[in-house]
Design a protein around this ligand. Structure first.
Ligand code: UGA
Length: 443
């Protein structure tokens, strides 16, 4: 079966490489020539564990192109373009519609066009209307987590497929045949209509964001009353109806998905005349979380951060990614700088450090100077600082040489914005004279 992928971002590239690994011939198309050229040379434009290796392994089945005509004769075409947030918080569908418009003249009436991009309710129906009888539109939202996206592709917890009631039976059969690898692995398939498939995606992301916002709000109370949010989360999570995942309190959720998807769901409620209560509060709590954490830091320094220097550990929105979109760490850096502090940044992922360096250069060129410097060496980042702030949940911080940090810092203070340092280590550090503050924890 000949397949094609439109868009070689996080979703499209993993889909293309994953399908090639399952034995399909895949044509991956993007309008960005530099991306396609890099891919032709075997260099993924993003960092994702295992991706480069998989790309090399499956080279003979993967074709990269900037010419839309090359998509002709593909039987199943996956649309994997971005649906960013517009200025009002709505999903911007321009990339989706322009991809479909460009594709339309090449279609012969037997192709399946699969929307993998996260799209608001009603979009699959609109795309089908646009294509008429030139193709069959199927909704197939993705649930890949950045950082472990390759692993998630081969081991999904579910496959969601949304069809129209008017689709002939062979459309379903062809999709099942394409995804037979997952069927054989007994991965549950949710086969439904377009609208449900579209909402499953928004509901899943918003629900996860809501879990985090719930625990973050509770952390504020926990801290006031001398309770410990980590123990509360454990006590809650052992109830299998609640589950222990996504209950880590911290400086909040970011990334390319949760912020835009929560906002887009809020819009969809509004457009259908329903007040979006929980999604709205989920976002509000998240918006407050970084200023709340900054206040804790400020308090420790008597309300004034002017001239203070901080080591900021972790710069992307989560571990093992170089994606800086809506990074809570960088938002915190911005606020620290506004308070007159200097920030020395470090991240384990080299691509993240490089991306932040580029961002700093850009900011410096428009503002003359910008108080964030990225270091390639952790010890240098920590040297001479008034406090260490942990902003990304790398477990690796636990295994760093804190004895050495004691000698390097000017002031022994840790602000653990992800509650990632283990209790035993924290107790030891406090004994050795460190000031430790987490999010809602009781040491
Ligand atoms: C998210 C979903 O988890 C995926 O299922 C979905 O496919 C993807 O969005 C998407 O729509 O494409 P991702 O954006 O990679 O995946 O990131 P997550 O692992 O979900 O983390 C999001 C944010 O929540 C991060 O900033 C993370 O630090 C934060 N987080 C996560 C917490 O603050 N606490 C937690 O307990 C868990």
């Amino acid at each position: 079966m000949k397949t094609a992928v439109i868009g070689t971002g996080y979703v499209g590239l993993i889909q293309a490489v994953g399908l090639a690994h399952l034995g399909f011939k895949v044509i991956a198309y993007d309008i960005d020539i530099s991306k396609i050229n890099a891919l032709k040379r075997g260099n993924p434009p993003i960092y994702e564990k295992g991706l480069k290796e998989l790309l090399h392994q499956n080279r003979e089945r993967l074709f990269f192109t900037t010419s839309v005509e090359d998509l002709k004769d593909s039987e199943v075409i996956f649309v994997c373009v971005g649906t960013p947030q517009d200025s009002q918080g709505k999903a911007n569908l321009n990339f989706v519609f322009s991809a479909v418009e460009n594709l339309k003249p090449l279609l012969m009436g037997k192709e399946i066009v699969v929307l993998k991009s996260t799209v608001p309710v009603g979009t699959n129906r609109k795309v089908q209307q646009l294509l008429g009888d030139k193709a069959f539109v199927v909704s197939n939202p993705e649930f890949l987590r950045e950082g472990i996206a390759v692993e998630d592709f081969f081991n999904p917890e579910r496959v969601v497929l949304g069809f129209s009631e008017n689709h002939p039976e062979w459309v379903r059969e062809k999709m099942f045949n394409l995804y037979r690898f997952f069927l054989k692995k007994n991965i549950p398939f949710v086969v439904t209509n377009w609208e449900s498939a579209e909402l499953i995606k928004y509901a899943s992301n918003t629900f996860l964001a809501m879990k985090i916002s719930f625990i973050n709000e509770l952390a504020r109370l926990s801290e006031k009353v001398g309770a410990d949010i980590k123990e509360i989360a454990r006590g809650m999570g052992l109830d299998s109806r609640i589950g222990n995942k996504f209950l880590n309190a911290g400086i909040g959720w970011g990334g390319s998905c949760f912020p835009k998807d929560v906002s887009a769901l809020i819009w969809q409620f509004k457009e259908w005349g329903i007040e979006p209560k929980l999604p709205k509060v989920t976002k509000e709590i998240n918006d407050e979380q970084i200023p709340w954490f900054l206040n804790k830091i400020k308090k420790h320094y008597g309300g004034n951060l002017n001239g203070k220097t901080f080591a900021l550990l972790g710069l992307a929105f989560k571990p093992y990614t170089d994606d800086l979109r809506e990074s809570p760490s960088l938002k915190l850096a911005e606020l620290l700088i506004q308070e007159g502090a200097f920030v020395k940044g470090y991240d384990y992922v080299e691509g993240t450090r490089e991306n932040v360096k580029k961002l700093v250069e850009l900011k410096a060129s428009t503002r003359h100077s910008y108080g964030l410097i990225v270091y390639d060496d952790l010890n240098t980042a920590v040297k001479g600082v008034d406090g260490i702030i942990i902003a990304v949940e790398y477990k690796e911080w636990n295994r760093e040489n804190w004895k050495e940090f004691s000698k390097l810092v000017r002031n022994k203070a840790i602000f653990d914005g992800r509650n990632i340092l283990e209790r035993i280590l924290v107790k030891k550090l406090v004994k050795e004279g460190w000031h430790y503050e987490g999010v809602g924890v009781n040491i």
